[in-house]
Design a protein around this ligand. Structure first.
Ligand code: ZN
Length: 132
């Protein structure tokens, strides 16, 4: 099932936890594993804190320092920084599903990470039912 995410700036972390929960509900599965996968080479998926919005802000500020937009990159499209960030973060996360609920820690949220926005993005959500 595809989740649509509209991003608003070049680098941005968008909390998609509620969208993932709604997508998971539509599968009608109570227990299993949920795979959340970015279908892009310049947008990632990660899990981190959103209780304090300063956390995603600090993550983005730091990754932008580690991987600057302009450097001696050779990729013609000019967005190598975004590709590198996606390889550092990874395109997907996996979360357990128990009794119809995502097993996330109190402070954990699922984020889509935009590294070359603004764009319209697609995140694929798959549920693997537990064999009971
Ligand atoms: Zn590119």
């Amino acid at each position: 099932m595809i989740i649509s995410v509209k991003t608003g700036s070049r680098t941005q972390m968008i909390d998609i936890t509620d969208q993932v929960r709604r997508a998971v509900k539509d599968f009608g599965v109570r227990d299993g594993l949920v795979h959340i996968f970015s279908m892009h080479t310049t947008g990632a998926v990660t899990i981190n804190e959103n209780a304090d919005p300063a956390v995603p802000k600090d993550i983005l500020n730091t990754i932008n320092k580690i991987v600057p937009w302009d450097d001696r990159y050779t990729h013609m499209e000019g967005n190598s920084a975004a590709h590198i960030k996606v390889s550092l973060f990874g395109p997907s996360e996996m979360v357990a599903l128990e009794d119809g609920s995502l097993v996330l820690g109190t402070w954990q949220s699922i984020f889509f990470c935009e590294f070359d926005g603004p764009r319209q993005r697609k995140v694929n959500v798959t549920v693997l039912p537990a064999d009971r």
